[in-house]
Ligand binder design. Structure first.
Ligand code: URA
Length: 214
């Protein structure tokens, strides 16, 4: 319940946010939505036309492709949480400006803290830059790695933005492939995390046994 109420609170704050000028030109806020207890969080760039009209992230053409990609790995929107770097639409879908990203940062950071997903999938370069500033989407897409962000460790996978896949069939092919590899990449880290934990549990057990002998 705590997660839900924190998310509602964040939504309310976004709806009345004046930290940057975007609210003035936007129709509705698009805070993000999905499963509050999701293991995977998908993060895009900013609302587009349809998202701005409806207040729902990824509900236009790029969102249709996202749904299809999720389905290809047996996931539905209800299984994941989907949000954006910016919570209000930039005019004419222009790129987010640094001051807008900075002003909006707190909301996504708080959503991450509330939901605590294990996996973050960044869709496109703006979302990637938040967690992996020196990454390059053409080089690093589809590669899972561990990142520390805001005192939390995540399995992080950057991917091409679905809108880029709609413009290029080569990008689309790579995005589809990256989705199919997502589970495998994530499992590898989950297993290594588990192995690290059982090794450290084992070490602790040995130390405790030795202390009992003293
Ligand atoms: N593109 C994004 O990055 N986010 C959306 O919500 C829609 C399109």
């Amino acid at each position: 319940m705590e997660t839900e109420s924190e998310l509602r609170k964040i939504e309310e704050e976004i709806a009345s946010c004046n930290k940057c000028p975007l609210k003035k030109t936007a129709t509705r806020p698009v805070p993000g939505e999905g499963n509050c207890h999701a293991e995977i969080m998908f993060i895009g760039e900013a609302p587009g036309y349809w998202e701005d009209q409806r207040g729902i992230p990824f509900c236009g053409a790029a969102g249709k492709l996202l749904d299809e990609l999720l389905l290809s790995i047996n996931l539905k929107r209800e299984d994941v949480f989907v949000a954006n770097i910016l919570k209000h639409r930039p005019p004419e879908n222009r790129d987010p400006l640094p001051n807008e990203v900075e002003a909006c940062k707190e909301y996504l950071d708080r959503q991450l803290k509330a939901i605590r997903p294990k996996v973050i999938v960044a869709l496109g370069r703006f979302a990637m830059a938040k967690f992996f500033p020196y990454g390059k989407i053409s080089r690093d897409h589809g590669i899972a790695r561990l990142v520390d962000y805001g005192g939390q460790r995540y399995i992080f996978v950057p991917m091409f933005h679905p809108a880029a896949a709609l413009r290029s069939s080569e990008v689309e092919k790579q995005l589809r492939r990256d989705f199919l590899n997502l589970t495998q990449g994530v499992e590898r880290f989950k297993n290594s995390d588990q192995q690290e934990k059982s090794e450290s549990d084992q070490k602790e057990k040995i130390i405790n046994e030795q202390l009992e002998l003293i």
